[in-house]
Design a protein around this ligand. Structure first.
Ligand code: PLP
Length: 396
């Protein structure tokens, strides 16, 4: 593939240039780090200002009206972006908090094994590594430097003593798009359940949790949903609502939250039965506005745009002599392109001085375009990385 103007975009193409102007950071920088933090839009900024104005105007009464309504509207939007129903969504401040609720729903007696991989995000793995004293037997698949863990490795590891199979939808290190439907099928064949960490997928990969057949999905607003830190959500398949009763919960999980009962805990009959305490309302407002942009553009068009930008970036990097770590079939890849360089932190710092914001992980720079980037950004980033690598080679 050679560098080119985007081709895949579904018709009618959104006005990408107009969307780019919603993100003021592009006035001063080339932002290329959405896999760490989605760029801030004026829409999200205005939503947070609205939250503050409502607090000024109504005090605590903001809770009983607009704040509560925003929380429920957000739940519905979260459901929509992954193809779920609102009753299958629980709201949390982080992925870790959502995982803690899920992990507390199992006894780990007859089925102590939890299958994970060395490529999953650390917080997801720690959740069960830290529970070994409580009888959990964690099993870690794959090599940290791999692109992905083939589903066959899960098939070989899952047995009748497995409670849960945990996998990433898109790997945070490699950007590879895992076949999570295959993993769900493997788990179910041995009566285990399957949990997908989709933090790096939701917003850039169209997702239909029912079609994928997964049991739990965790994701949040920080990255490809453009809503910043402080908000995450959990999908719990409806069939599980009666069967599973987490014990790490709070008053937002009670069936009659505002009855303020302390004699009995009766969980809500749906995914809300997994929730904890008071959410960060500012984060709810930001998340809601970020999701508004993602849903307005639509998952298919975002994915088509990503395929174009990633294909173009990989081709430009190759042209300047920088092979990236991607699979031959780029349709199995998402918007995280890693490039091995001799000194990743120094490369990130040198690019920063030129107004280009990227990120590093051990051994690689991590480049992550999103719809607001343009092929001119790809060209500038590829040229700048090459320059830094050549300069370092000639001065060392
Ligand atoms: C795949 C993935 N899972 C989880 C997290 C973080 O989880 P938490 O919200 O608990 O900080 C990240 C990155 O921030 C991530 O990339």
């Amino acid at each position: 593939m050679t560098p080119m103007e985007p081709q895949h975009s579904a018709a009618p193409a959104p006005d990408w240039e107009r969307y780019r102007t919603e993100f003021p950071i592009f006035r001063s920088s080339i932002y290329f780090n959405s896999c760490s933090l989605g760029a801030l839009s004026v829409r999200v900024e205005a939503a947070v200002a609205r939250f503050l104005a409502l607090w000024h105007e109504h005090g605590a009464a903001a809770w009983y009206g607009p704040w509560w309504e925003t929380m429920e509207a957000l739940r519905a939007r979260c459901a929509r972006v992954i193809g779920a129903s609102p009753d299958e969504i629980a709201l949390f401040p982080s992925i870790t908090a959502a995982l803690t609720a899920v992990a507390s729903a199992f006894a780990y007696r007859d089925r102590p094994r939890v299958i994970m991989s060395r490529l999953d995000f650390p917080t997801t793995v720690y959740q069960w590594l830290a529970k070994q004293a409580s009888g959990v037997q964690p099993v870690l698949l794959g090599r940290p430097e791999g692109l992905a863990v083939p589903p066959d490795e899960y098939a070989a590891a899952v047995d009748r003593r497995t409670e849960l199979v945990v996998a990433s939808h898109v790997y945070f290190t490699s950007g590879y798009l895992q076949d999570v439907a295959a993993i769900a099928e493997i788990a179910h064949a041995r009566d285990a359940l399957c949990l997908i960490d989709a933090y790096q997928a939701t917003g850039q990969v169209p997702t239909d949790v029912h079609a994928l057949g997964i049991d739990f999905l965790v994701t949040g607003s920080l990255k490809w949903l453009l809503g910043g830190p402080g908000f995450a959500f959990l999908y719990v398949k409806r069939d599980l609502h009666d069967r599973l009763h987490p014990n790490d919960v709070g008053w937002f999980a009670h069936r009659e939250q505002f009855a303020f009962r302390t004699d009995v805990f009766e969980p809500a009959p749906d995914a809300r039965g997994f929730q904890g305490g008071t959410p960060s309302v500012a984060a709810l407002y930001a998340a809601d506005a970020g999701l508004d942009i993602v849903l307005e553009i639509g998952g298919d068009r975002l994915r088509a745009r990503q395929l174009d930008l990633v294909g173009d970036l990989v081709a430009r990097l190759r042209q300047v002599g920088l092979p990236s770590r991607v699979p031959p079939d780029l349709t199995r890849h998402a918007g995280i392109v890693t490039v091995p360089v001799p000194d990743p932190p120094a490369t990130v710092a040198a690019l920063r001085r030129q107004g280009i914001i990227v990120d590093s992980r051990p051994g690689v720079v991590r480049l992550s375009p999103f719809f607001y980037n343009i092929v001119e950004d790809n060209r500038a980033v590829a040229a700048a990385v090459r320059e830094v690598v050549i300069t370092a080679a000639t001065t060392s």
